[in-house]
Design a protein around this ligand. Structure first.
Ligand SMILES: *[C@@H]1O[C@H](CO)[C@@H](O)[C@H](O)[C@H]1NC(C)=O
Length: 307
């Protein structure tokens, strides 16, 4: 029923677009809706919003304060990838999560040495390709073919990317990448000191920029962010300690109203997170905190349909 209504709405929008020029202001909800339709950013069928963090599981404890870890966000692969530190040309590939958790379980991890080094904790694995901020560059994102061990493609991200840290409490991440049900995104700080975050939708096959949004979410006191169903959730902690809490949520479509949001607290952790990434395949968060690799399970509910 709701799907049918939405189809009708999209149909009407398309008819409307055929006869009228698009609205002019990019932050205007009508314009954003137009962009979503035009570039098919929004898939029908993803309408969950975050209601809370249900549980925390420490998967492994290491000594490394900084790093990131993940599974492929799209492909049906059991492999776990680990990036230790804040810049390197090495990636560790584990056969599955059990092999990652217990060192005694065979096979031993594979050490992949890349032709280029990554920087920060913003890496993602999307359909067997590794996307990362190339070390020593201001704003270059490399799409790396892990099978062939070659650079598949590269792009430059504009709008101030690379000039300042994305999050004040994550000292090496200038460009954070994210994957959700809608695809690939980049998050970075906009122009200015402690600026606001800029969200960019990237087409993973061509590395073209679909659209970019200036969000109201600040870099100051932020430690990480992630996207879920097309909505950006930014995690803050005062001074990098104390409670980790999502206090800024940005929905380019404007369907989520801040007043409807519950208190989104994370369980107390000793430090700020080095990274928090959502995996749309298993619908949980992969995080790194004080050397611990953590999975957060989520509680979600359906968004209100767009009027
Ligand atoms: C890169 O990673 C390797 C293997 O994990 C480590 O031995 C080396 O110290 C790292 N290099 C830097 C610059 O962190």
């Amino acid at each position: 029923m709701m799907l049918a209504l939405r189809r009708a709405c999209i149909f009407r929008a398309l008819v409307f677009m055929a006869f009228l020029p698009p609205p002019q202001c990019a932050q205007d909800p009508a314009m954003v809706h137009y962009i979503y339709q035009r570039f098919q950013v929004l898939e029908v069928g993803c309408d969950n919003m975050l209601m809370g963090i249900k549980s925390l599981k420490i998967v492994k404890k290491t000594m490394d304060t900084d790093g990131s870890w993940m599974k492929d966000a799209v492909s049906d692969s059991a492999k776990v990838y680990v990036f230790i530190g804040s810049r390197n040309n090495t990636v560790w590939e584990f056969a599955n999560i059990r092999a990652f958790m217990e060192d005694s379980i065979k096979p031993a991890p594979r050490k992949l040495i890349l032709t280029h080094s990554w920087q920060g904790t913003g890496q993602v694995i999307y359909k067997g390709f590794l996307f990362f901020h190339s070390q020593g560059t201001l704003n270059e994102i490399i799409k790396y073919n892990l099978q062939k061990r070659i650079v598949e493609d590269r792009m430059l991200l504009f709008g101030g990317a690379g000039r300042a840290l994305a999050y004040q409490h994550s000292p090496s991440t200038y460009i954070d990448l994210a994957v959700d049900e809608h695809g690939l995104w980049a998050i970075h700080s906009g122009p200015g000191i402690h600026g606001h975050l800029v969200l960019t939708k990237i087409e993973p096959d061509t590395l073209g920029v679909e659209h970019s949004w200036d969000t109201p979410c600040r870099s100051q006191d932020a430690e990480a962010s992630f996207l879920l169903c097309g909505v950006l959730y930014v995690v803050y902690s005062s001074g990098g300690q104390g409670a980790h809490r999502i206090t800024c949520v940005y929905d380019p479509l404007g369907t989520i109203i801040e007043e409807n949001l519950p208190n989104l607290f994370f369980p107390r952790r000793p430090r700020s997170h080095s990274m928090i990434h959502y995996n749309p395949r298993d619908k949980q968060l992969y995080a790194w905190n004080d050397g611990n690799q953590i999975i957060y399970k989520l509680q979600t509910k359906r968004k209100q349909p767009l009027q």
